[in-house]
Design a binder for this molecule. Structure first.
Ligand code: PLP
Length: 382
């Protein structure tokens, strides 16, 4: 097994490149069929089964999954969608690409960085059509409360489960609570293929809509025609080319087999970080509260630095020890493109966490020595 080379002693994330991955890609290259074909179909079937979902549609990336999902749900101009601001910008951009407006909601607090159901209720307005939740780091949102709010107000729920493949709540996969669940297979996610994504749903009509929009609104695929299953096509929607290819699907099939084990390893490293850092020098590690039937995929391990700590100096001290860190996330409502747009709301807990968060390295094949070195460097920097 080889891992990628870099300037870091502990990079933020790291890919495993081994013979099985290389063989899957080279076999696909040699097959002579590189665009949508049997491996994509197999990856979709395996991923749907893994999640316990009826349908899975593989797409070019996680952002494409969100965009298609919003369009399939009928989201458009004049609509408002509630979405957390402590989030990657993809969901907010996708909402705006449909012509709708994102309305940002606050997080619960320092221990739970997910969207706060009480603030979701406070943010409801006459144009609100849906709630786009994101399971931060692979930790489930309070879906009991959020589903109740959606039911009572006639709203749809879309799950951005980019962090959460393999994560569950009460034994049910994240991504299966809302109408559609969206996943990302970007290189630094738990199931990396390079660029890729998936949309899952139990609703056959939504699945059909996603399928059409994914491929130009065309009624048949090049693959169907290659196999002699179709000779022509009609166009019945204004779609996109958001398809995944065979090479990435082949990698995805190998990664999916490893996902459960890798998520468990991530969880063990996260527990080691927690033991070393939680409560030390005023630092806390969110999502410490266990129970509630929540099993995380441990996509991220983040630390909240004490009030008043100089985050840049702390990150630079870690960098000097060749430890890579990041910030998940600078709140979306504070970006130039988003400042003052939509209905402006107070998001004090998001802004506070956004100032104090540091993301620590986390991937399945981290060693205990690496975790200990990161934790020691952080404590020393405080
Ligand atoms: C990575 C990510 C996305 C976007 O996925 P891409 O595959 O990079 O397009 C969306 N939302 C969240 C929360 C993410 O982490």
């Amino acid at each position: 097994m080889t891992t990628t080379e870099h300037r870091w002693y502990v990079p933020l994330s790291d890919l495993i490149v081994d013979d099985e991955i290389v063989a899957a890609v080279s076999e696909t290259v040699r097959s002579g069929w590189w665009s949508v074909g049997p491996r994509v179909a197999e990856f979709e079937a395996e991923f749907a089964a893994f999640c316990g979902s009826e349908h899975a549609l593989a797409v070019a990336n996680g952002t494409a999954a969100l965009h298609l999902a919003l369009l399939a749900l009928g989201c458009g101009p004049g609509d408002e969608v509630l979405v957390p601001s402590l989030n990657f910008v993809a969901a907010a951009n996708a909402i705006r690409h449909t012509g709708a407006t994102p309305v940002f909601v606050d997080i619960v607090g320092d221990d739970d960085l997910n969207a706060d159901p009480a603030d979701i209720t406070a943010a409801l307005g006459p144009a609100t059509k849906g709630i786009l939740v994101m399971h931060y780091g692979g930790f489930a949102c309070d879906m009991d409360a959020i589903c109740r709010i959606a039911d009572e107000n006639g709203l749809w729920i879309l799950e951005d489960a980019a962090h959460a493949p393999g994560a569950t709540l009460g034994g049910k996969a994240l991504g299966t609570f809302g109408r559609i669940g969206c996943f990302s297979f970007f290189s630094n996610k738990n199931l990396p293929v390079g660029e890729g994504g998936m949309a899952i749903t139990d609703d056959p009509d939504l699945a059909e809509r996603l399928r059409l929009l994914r491929s130009h609104g065309m009624t048949t695929l090049t693959w169907d025609r290659h196999r002699g299953h179709a000779h022509s096509y009609d166009v019945v929607a204004q779609g996109f080319n958001y398809r995944l290819d065979e090479l990435r699907a082949a990698i995805g099939l190998v990664q999916l087999k490893r996902l459960r084990q890798e998520n468990e390893s991530r969880g063990a490293h996260a527990a080691r970080y927690r033991a070393a850092l939680d409560g030390i020098e005023g630092t806390s590690l969110p999502f410490g509260a266990s129970g509630g039937g929540r099993i995380s995929s441990h996509h991220l391990c983040v630390a909240l630095l004490p009030e008043g700590a100089d985050r840049l100096a702390v990150r630079q001290a870690l960098e000097a020890k060749r430890v890579q860190t990041s910030v998940h996330y600078p709140p979306i409502h504070m970006f130039t493109e988003y400042r003052g747009t939509g209905r402006v709301r107070e998001l004090p807990r998001t802004e506070d966490a956004g100032r104090r968060l540091v993301t620590l390295p986390l991937f399945a094949h981290l060693s205990d020595d690496q975790v200990d070195a990161v934790a020691a460097a952080l404590v020393e920097a405080l």
